[in-house]
Write a protein that binds this ligand. Structure first.
Ligand SMILES: [Zn+2]
Length: 420
């Protein structure tokens, strides 16, 4: 057993105040035994090996949405003109590059997650190219195996190929969960979308990009707009379904796919009444603010989301639309533009809300007895203790960051059997 004392503890939930001169006691599997004031814990756990850190401690972070297999496209896909020009550039660059084949960029992405202090990742994949890299490191993950196909036949073919690719693997890493996932409601045939989401009913979790941008809304509402124009340039054959004539969230609701089994990603273009529907359906939510800024020059409606009672997780999206894989940089981007949202709640989005959204709330996301969330230290200069540790962590992009505890999630079955 060992104990860590530090200048401050931030517990990771949105309710608890920081603990000054706090301590964490860990067992040999890095599971938390006790959290509290260091004076009390050092008295109660005299047998523990104690170390002291001039730092603010938080739980390990959660990056709830990324696409590691696109890591080779860092800085390669310009944004700022909206989703359709961005995706056009992405498709062109991806065809030239085959980023999935660039295992070095994927390895670098995984080590960037580790260095950022990430303990849990939601990774969307077409090729399963990042699975081995993620399976080899002390992190937990949900791999969402993404399916496209606008016509029923193409959707079914892609779904079959995804199933085959999964079945062809000799083994699957114990630290990663697997689920098939629809790409979006406008790029996959509704029947295939429903089939995939309903396969996750009964305690599973899948993921869907939803209400990301204005062209998605226009396409579902009218069948036209910038996305329809783009499809014509790509010679996509005629669709075998008609636009539902409603907004993306109502379409997902009408398909019967909103619910606790569907992780809804983006909502950048969602209106308040649509957010109410997401909240009522109890779908977990992930926001990717810096990706939305890169592509659409727009942020998700955070205040409206919080007013509905949604507890959004944070994701970076891929390096094709972002500069780093650090979920705390997402919190910082929101902090700069939504100064009325507390740093405590922004940190919760990068920790406990993320763990909750991906189904790991009983293991990760909070410094609390019984959990094994990892312990992340944001160091400060000796004698220069921050007076507001929550602001220190959110605002100070350059605070030295080290993991003081990182359970061997990839080696210990006890860490992979947990469900929220
Ligand atoms: Zn994405």
């Amino acid at each position: 057993m060992r104990g860590i004392t530090a200048t401050w503890l931030l517990l990771g939930d949105a309710e608890s105040a920081p603990v000054r001169d706090g301590a964490v006691v860990l067992d040999d599997a890095e599971r938390i035994v006790a959290v509290g004031p260091s004076s009390v814990l050092q008295r109660d756990f005299t047998a523990a090996r104690w170390t002291r850190h001039e730092a603010v401690l938080t739980p390990g972070l959660v990056n709830a949405h990324t696409h590691l297999e696109l890591s080779a496209l860092r800085g390669e896909v310009p944004g700022g003109k909206g989703f359709v020009p961005w995706v056009d550039a992405l498709v062109t660059t991806r065809a030239k590059h085959s980023p999935e084949a660039d295992s070095e960029a994927i390895e670098l992405g995984v080590s960037e997650l580790l260095q950022a202090g990430v303990v849990l990742v939601g990774d969307v994949s077409n090729s399963l190219a990042a699975v081995d890299a993620l399976g080899a490191v002390p992190m937990l993950g949900c791999v969402f195996h993404e399916v496209f196909g606008m016509r029923k036949d193409t959707g079914e073919v892609t779904l079959g190929l995804a199933r085959q690719a999964k079945a062809a693997r000799q083994s699957w890493p114990a630290n990663l969960r697997y689920a098939l996932a629809p790409h979006t409601a406008y790029t996959l045939h509704p029947d295939v979308l429903r089939e995939i989401v309903h396969a996750a009913d009964g305690g599973g979790l899948t993921s869907l990009h939803l209400a990301e941008h204005a062209a998605e809304r226009a396409f579902l509402q009218t069948g036209g707009g910038a996305f329809a124009d783009w499809l014509r340039t790509r010679n996509v054959s005629a669709l075998d379904w008609t636009a539902p004539g409603c907004d993306p969230v109502r379409y997902a609701q009408r398909l019967g796919v909103l619910g606790p089994q569907l992780l809804v990603v983006h909502l950048c273009d969602a209106h308040p009444d649509e957010l109410e529907l997401v909240a009522a359906a109890k779908s977990p939510v992930v926001l990717c603010p810096r990706s939305n800024l890169h592509i659409e020059l727009k942020l998700p409606p955070l205040l409206d989301l919080l007013r509905c009672g949604l507890r959004p997780a944070l994701g970076t999206d891929s390096l094709a639309s972002n500069a780093s894989l650090d979920p705390l940089a997402e919190a910082r981007a929101l902090h700069q533009r939504f100064p009325t949202v507390s740093p405590r709640q922004l940190l919760a989005m990068a920790t406990s809300y993320g763990a909750q959204a991906l189904g790991y709330a009983s293991l990760l996301g909070r410094l609390a007895p019984g959990l094994a969330p990892g312990v992340l230290a944001f160091e400060h200069s000796p004698g220069a203790a921050p007076s507001d540790p929550e602001r220190y962590v959110i605002e100070n992009a350059h605070a030295p960051r080290i993991m003081l505890s990182r359970p061997a999630y990839h080696r210990t079955a006890a860490f992979t059997e947990v469900h929220a």
